[in-house]
Design a binder for this molecule. Sequence first.
Ligand SMILES: [Mg+2]
Length: 232
Amino acid sequence: MSLVFATCRLASGLIAVVCLALASMTVPAAQSCPCGEVKLLTQVNESDYTPKIGLSYARTPQYKKEFDDAISGACATLSKHQGEKNLAVVSDIDETLLDNMPFFEKHEEEVEWKDFFAWVDESKAPSLKKTADMLAQARKQGLAIFLVTGRMEKLRKGTIDNLVRNGIAYDGLYMRSNGDKAEAAEYKSAVRRQIEEMGYKIVLNIGDQFSDLAGGSSEDCQKLPNKIYYIP
Ligand SMILES: [Mg+2]
């Protein structure tokens, strides 16, 4: 199963100056893809997603453009909600906020979960600075930041230490129960509904997988590039 954006509305508008500085020197058309429009649709060829392919793609101008466009879109969304209360942003962690490239560079041929868990426990992944800066700006603007990750609870300490080490502030960290086998989109959309039930309106959801975004419960979704792996 694959997840694709059925449609993406092209949106343009004023983007906060601080966000412009974060994204790029030019003003790209901001893509706004409401979560309700992210759908399970097509098949995916898993051989198109490997550490080798993903690491190579991450060095291309297209990767940078996709990343910058997503951040610009996120910033455009934030700028529409200046002064509003009870708003929240949801962000994924891996390849969205924390960068596991140093790990995948050492495990280009084959990735074993035990090695990845050991890497997480080392807490030394660098941040993806454009996402981190955008989230910091959102929090300064008064929005609550909820991190929703597919990492399991047993990785909570390593994850928190890694976030702290990168100076990333947040208001909630949702992790899968150990051994949870639910589909990513199912787990993540259920968490977003919990956040809404607390009284927050989620205006932005950002992630590197379509399964981070599918299932609604956000006004805007932004998809970051990732060809290292695919999570259905
Ligand atoms: Mg991710």
